[in-house]
Design a protein around this ligand. Structure first.
Ligand code: ADE
Ligand code: ZN
Length: 347
C-alpha cells in the first residue's frame, strides 16, 4: 500500500532526500576506491602506480565514455592485494553509506580484475564479506555481495570464475554482468547465466547504459535477469518501456555516472523522471562514487535540483530500492516501515 505523501517546500527537499532511509543496489565496490586510499594502498603494498599523486589522478577523471573510465578504474584496482585491502575499501564505502542513511547496500565486485593479477578469490570474498558482517554490527548497514562477470572477457573465463566462487556460494547472493557493453551483448553469456540460475543465484546485468534497447531485451529474455543496471536507453523503445513497467523490472539508474560518462549532456536532460512517469521501478544509485563525483545523496540532491521531481518521487525511488533488493521479505518489510515512518514524521 502506498503511503500518502504530503508535498513539501522545495527548499526542504535536500534534507528529506538526505534523511530518508534508502537502499543502494548498484555500487561497484572497486569504484568506491578514493584516490587517497589508492595511494595509501599502493604504498602499503609496494605497488607502482602510474600517477604522481592524488591531484594528478583526480585530474585524469575527465571521461568521454564508458571505456575511457574503465581504463583508469582497472588501473586503480591494481593496488588491491590483501584481504585487509578489500576490507578497508568496503569499510570506507559503508561509512559513507551510513552517513547517507543507506540501510542496505548490494555491492558488485569484479573478481576477474583481481584473479588475473594473481589475487585469490578467497582473498577478495573474505575481505568483502567480513566488511559486510562488521557494517551490520557496527554501522547498522546491511550488505550483500553480487559477483560480476567482465563482459569484455570470454564466457569460458566467466565459467572458470564461477567455479572459483562456488566454495563461497553462501557469501554471494547474485551474479551480474559489467564492463564494456557495446560489442559484448548479453547473449555472449547465456550459458553461464543459465548455470548460475540453476545454482539459485539472483541475476542482474548492465544493459542499455551505452548499448541499445536490444541488449535490455536479451538481458531479460535470454539471461533472465531480475533487474537491469542502468537501462536508460530503454526510453528509445516504447514496447520495452511497457514491458519493464508491466513486469516491475527495476532499473538501477546512476545519474552522476551517466553525466560523467557523457550518456546525457547534463542532468536536466536525464530521463529518470520519464522512467518514473511511465510506471517503471527506477532506483537511484552511485555506480562508482569515487570516480563520478558523488555518493548516494549527491546523486539524489543533484538530480532532484535539475529535474521537476519532488517528495512523491523521492518516496517512490526509496521504496523501489527496498522492493527491488535481494533481502529476505521480513527485513524488506521492516525497511519499508522505517521509510514510511520517516515520511510521516518529516516536518
Ligand atoms: N564497471 C564499473 N562501472 C561500470 C559501469 N558504469 N558500466 C559497466 N561496467 C562498469
Ligand atoms: Zn555499474
Amino acid at each position: 500500500m502506498m503511503t500518502l505523501i504530503r508535498p513539501i517546500a522545495a527548499d526542504r527537499l535536500p534534507e528529506l532526500l538526505q534523511l530518508m532511509p534508502k537502499a543502494e543496489l548498484h555500487i561497484h565496490i572497486e569504484g568506491s576506491l578514493e584516490p587517497e586510499l589508492i595511494f595509501a594502498l599502493a604504498q602499503r603494498n609496494g605497488v607502482r602506480f602510474p600517477y604522481a599523486n592524488v591531484e594528478a589522478l583526480r585530474r585524469a577523471y575527465a571521461f568521454s565514455n564508458l571505456q575511457s573510465f574503465l581504463d583508469i578504474y582497472y588501473a586503480g584496482a591494481s593496488v588491491l592485494l590483501t584481504e585487509q585491502d578489500f576490507y578497508d575499501m568496503a569499510r570506507a564505502y559503508f561509512v559513507k553509506a551510513a552517513e547517507d542513511h543507506v540501510l542496505h547496500a548490494e555491492l558488485f565486485f569484479d573478481p576477474q580484475t583481481h584473479t588475473a593479477r594473481g589475487v585469490a578469490m578467497d582473498t577478495v570474498v573474505k575481505g568483502l564479506h567480513r566488511a559486510c558482517v562488521d557494517a551490520k554490527a557496527e554501522l547498522g548497514v546491511s550488505g550483500l555481495l553480487i559477483m560480476c562477470f567482465l563482459r569484455h572477457l570470454s564466457e569460458e573465463d566467466a565459467f572458470a570464475t564461477l567455479e572459483q566462487a562456488l566454495p563461497f556460494r553462501d557469501h554471494i547472493v547474485g551474479i551480474g554482468l559489467d564492463s564494456g557493453e557495446v560489442g559484448n551483448p548479453p547473449e555472449k553469456f547465456a550459458r553461464v547465466f543459465a548455470r548460475c540460475r540453476q545454482l539459485g543465484f539472483r541475476l542482474v546485468a548492465h544493459a542499455g547504459e551505452e548499448g541499445p534497447p536490444a541488449y535490455v531485451w536479451t538481458a531479460l529474455d535470454l539471461l533472465k535477469v531480475e533487474r537491469i543496471d542502468h537501462g536508460v536507453q530503454s526510453t528509445h523503445d516504447a514496447a520495452l518501456m511497457q514491458r519493464l513497467a508491466q513486469d516491475r523490472i527495476a532499473l538501477t539508474v546512476c545519474p552522476l555516472s551517466n553525466l560523467k560518462l557523457c550518456v546525457f549532456p547534463d542532468l536536466a536532460s536525464h530521463t529518470l523522471g520519464q522512467l518514473l512517469a511511465a510506471g517503471i521501478a527506477a532506483t537511484v544509485n552511485s555506480d562508482d562514487p569515487a570516480y563520478f563525483g558523488g555518493y548516494m545523496n549527491d546523486n539524489f540532491t543533484r538530480t532532484f535540483a535539475a529535474l521537476p521531481l519532488g517528495a512523491v518521487e523521492a518516496y517512490t525511488l526509496a521504496r523501489n530500492s527496498f522492493e527491488a533488493s535481494f533481502i529476505e521479505p521480513s527485513a524488506k518489510q521492516a525497511f519499508i516501515s522505517q521509510l514510511d515512518e520517516s515520511f510521516a514524521t518529516f516536518r
